[in-house]
Design a protein around this ligand. Structure first.
Ligand SMILES: [Zn+2]
Length: 125
């Protein structure tokens, strides 16, 4: 495994991984203050993607092997694990009644409450 095939493949993707992560970010405006934490989380995810693609490009540019890529990736993944509560603040179930959340609430709304529980708590939206 003395190649840089993985780094080469990731570099070949260009900036598309970053665009895919950042596109939903444009929709956060609609949800205003109630989505601030998850908006920041999606930016942290984009930073992680940026670091990974930059690392891959660097490996290709310096003609190193994928071993260095995996080492850098391990550091990035470790940071993701350590800061997982900030970077992945998502819950599948409502924090109030344990009902499954719809995709909009799951991805955008900070409170992690279903529509009924939000009305109960007078949050609206
Ligand atoms: Zn609920």
């Amino acid at each position: 495994m003395n190649t840089n095939a993985v780094s080469l493949w990731i570099t070949g993707l260009g900036i598309w991984p970053l665009i895919v992560v950042l596109l939903p970010n444009l929709m956060f405006r609609r949800f205003g203050q109630g989505a601030g934490e998850k908006r920041k989380a999606s930016l942290y995810q984009a930073i992680a993607i940026f670091l990974i693609t930059t690392l891959a490009a660097l490996i290709v540019e310096l003609e190193l092997t994928d071993i260095y890529f995996y080492a850098g990736l391990a550091v990035i993944l470790l940071a993701l694990v350590i800061f997982r509560r900030r970077i992945f603040p998502y819950r599948l179930k409502c924090a109030g009644c344990e009902r499954m959340l719809d995709i909009k609430t799951l991805y955008f709304i900070d409170s992690n409450l279903c529509a009924d529980c939000r009305v109960k708590n007078n949050e609206g939206m």
